[in-house]
Design a binder for this molecule. Sequence first.
Ligand SMILES: Nc1ncnc2c1ncn2[C@@H]1O[C@H](COP(=O)(O)OP(=O)(O)OP(=O)(O)O)[C@@H](O)[C@H]1O
Length: 574
Amino acid sequence: MSELTILIKAMLRERRDIAFAIAGGFVAGVGGVGLFSASGYLISQTVFAPPLYTLIVLISIVKLLGLLRAASRYAERLYSHQATFSILSRLRTSFFAKLVPLAPSMLRTRRSGDLLARIVGDVESLQHYFLRVAYPPIVLVMVFLATVLFASAYSIWIAGLLVLGLLGAAFVIPAVILRGQRNIRGRVRLHRAALSTNAAELLYGFLELKVYGKLDERGQQLRRHSDVLADEQQAAGIHLLNGQSLHVGLTYLVTWGVLVLGGYLIVNDSLAGVFLAMLVLAAQTVFEEAGAMATLPSYKQDSEHAASRLAETVQPGEALPPQPEGSLSDDAPPSVELNGVSFQYADEWRPALRDIHIRMAAGSKTAIVGASGSGKTTVLELLLKLYAPAQGQIRMNDKPLNELHESSIWKHAAVVLQQGHFFRGTIRDNLLLDEAGLSEEELQVILGQAELSYKKLDDEVYERGENLSDGEKQRLALARAMAKGGRLWLLDEPTSSLDAITEQRIYRRLFKLAANDTLILVSHRLTGLESMDQIIVMDHGTVVEAGTYEELMDKRGYFYEMKEIERQLIGEAG
Ligand SMILES: Nc1ncnc2c1ncn2[C@@H]1O[C@H](COP(=O)(O)OP(=O)(O)OP(=O)(O)O)[C@@H](O)[C@H]1O
């Protein structure tokens, strides 16, 4: 329930607005009861043809109470919503701060459609906790007590009947509603999650599903999920309406009870007849004010469920340790060293890296090659501190990575990931993810260096770069890294979709740009590696060979064989 604790803390920080909202709600409630009681009394008094000034006073009181009720209701709404939005914004910020360090591991293991819908929906449902759960009962009890006190001045029996009615409205009806709703609400949540997951998969996999002829099948599946959800939502709505009807039933029962009891008391001379209409209308109004109690259980359950799911999403077990203060020096390329590093992804049965030893001197150029799945990308991910090694140590500039703040590494790194993300906007928006302060001309030159000179900075980029070819995406990602720059270049197969000639042209410029920087290039292709200071060959999570191009070729080992196979393939293709 840690999110509920955060919510309650956030509520306490808005105590001024909450106090005003409660005061407004109380005055509006009491004003409403007073308004209708005064009207009832006025109607009864007219029967006795009172003097004109009595009627004038009574009518003025009714008018004034009407005004007071409207003004205080406005104040209540204003302050309660002001408090709600502040609470919500505190909640979002606090949740987001907890989520950020978990994002790398979480987004890989959870279904994104479900996760996004859940997080947004859950945070939104927490707003109901204050508006519909926490503060209405306080106002209700205050208004009720005032009404009971008022009624007791005329008849202790009628006051007793109101108390009985209050117990029914505050405890019995919510308990009845809660009993039936547990299962219905659970099913709604389940089907909503299934619908959003399926909708996300259909949208992301639209092309594949179309090409493989599965679009109709998936579409029907989605429609079925949507129908089931609509049915469950209807059942939940009917259940809620039943609860509200029960409350209206109770209102009429108590109002009739007051009427009958009042009649009996009048016959027995225990109550003056002129007060009967006043007490009946007071009873009816106070129960109408209590209508929020019928929907309270549903909101309460929803908010508590949302809170526990949010707490579960950011459970501390998944969190990375707090970031240390150390940072890399600004003006020198870093040396990088991996000493006996092993790593295993969560829930995987075999390690992705085993006992890795690599040393890269400051300013050196290293290529990491090897079969698919051999752990090349994982090495880069560890260097970026997206994960921490299970064993061994990584050092940059002889400082252990776990003493360096992750943002200090990111600040110095120019990174191209295998599947970079592209945002909806323009080429310029996608080039400048940070405020690099480059002029339009400089940006256009960078586009040229990445062989994208035919693109204009204002050209549109669709969501996830849908209107760019794979090669264009890679070149834009390279241009983005060039625009950012850095003393440590981490490039994960940045040119795998490019033809060899374009690749060589871009590499020439890139290596010139990074001439004095440390550069690590993960590559499937083995051409163009002659100038590298070091080539690391990986297989099944281990380093099987390391050395310069000549050393590895002379050795006639794994790299040599890979190179021979590549030569034969190129020869055959030629
Ligand atoms: N997020 C992840 N969760 C679980 N296992 C993963 C994850 N990412 C990679 N792996 C596994 O770790 C191993 C190494 O993966 P990695 O991506 O480092 O290989 P790679 O050499 O870069 O492959 P490729 O050349 O195909 O990109 C693989 O067996 C892969 O299945």
